[in-house]
Design a protein. Sequence first.
Length: 351
Amino acid sequence: MKAARFYGGKDIRVEDIPTPTPGPGEVLVKIKAGGVCGSDLHNYRGNRQARFTPPWEQGHELGGEIAALGHGVTSLKVGQRVGIEGEHLIGCGKCRHCTEGQSQLCADRGMAGGHLHASHGFSEYDVCKATNVHPLPDHVSFDAAVLLDCYACAVHTLGRTPVGGNETLAIVGAGAIALTLGQVAKAWGAKRVIMVGTRRHPLDVAVRCGAADDVVVAREADPAQAVMKLTGGEGADVVVETVGGSEQVLGVAMSLARRGGTASVMGVFNQPQAIDASMAMTRELTVRWSNSLSNWKGVSEYATAMGLVADGRVQPEPIITHHFPLERISEAFAAAEDKRTSNAIRVVVNA
Ligand SMILES: [Zn+2]
Ligand SMILES: [Zn+2]
């Protein structure tokens, strides 16, 4: 089969490798779509050491069709359309956090059988644990399946930082995480979503697809002043930071919250962040972090996300802006890396 193999940085090669065979409790999935996540770009940009030694495979936002069943798998059928919960999130299953359903906190997350483990969404086939494979209703596209990972991260955040009581939510960032989060927040009853981004294009898409009511272009207006003005001088009830990276964004996000408000962090930072502790003290801010996805109150957040998509309560399609065949994965990563030029929000690779 053909698979994208990552040699570090921008060196991605499509190579022929043996098609894997599913073991007990596993299925072989013919991959139809794989999304390029912001976290896929960390190593590509040289900002973060890869977990794996080169060459490795990756791609944790994926959907496809079951091609073969391993021993003991009776709940799934060959030919069935499925979304796959990224396997870099699999916990040890034994520690305190895993047994409490909070595998995102497992110290051995992403290890399986003593080896580093992950999904391979940028290849023709991937072997997946049957427990990570979720049937996709016929009317849900493979593009939508790609975004289930983002929707589930939104479900994770909004479980821990609830909305639904008429709150104003400010979202910092305008990528796929921000847009999926805005849609879930609106579906769950947030009164108003204000999205703060650096470029007009994705913010316009956010308004069109129901992810934001108001937008602030940070290059044109000071975000804190703009959000204060939009909220009658109060600030937002809840702020969610979705950008991360190396810029000083956390302090900006916190400055958008009202007195007694909450700031929640989804972005993955690779530099320490300076915060204004005095401002946070004066406002008695709650700051919390939200790491990936798992379960909330015993329910799989990926399954909750699937329900939101299947019921048409969120709109994934406008968030997928670009498609590339697997052979052109380098162009897919280039488009995802330089969103200013490509106007990409989520880029999908089709094997
Ligand atoms: Zn991701
Ligand atoms: Zn564990």
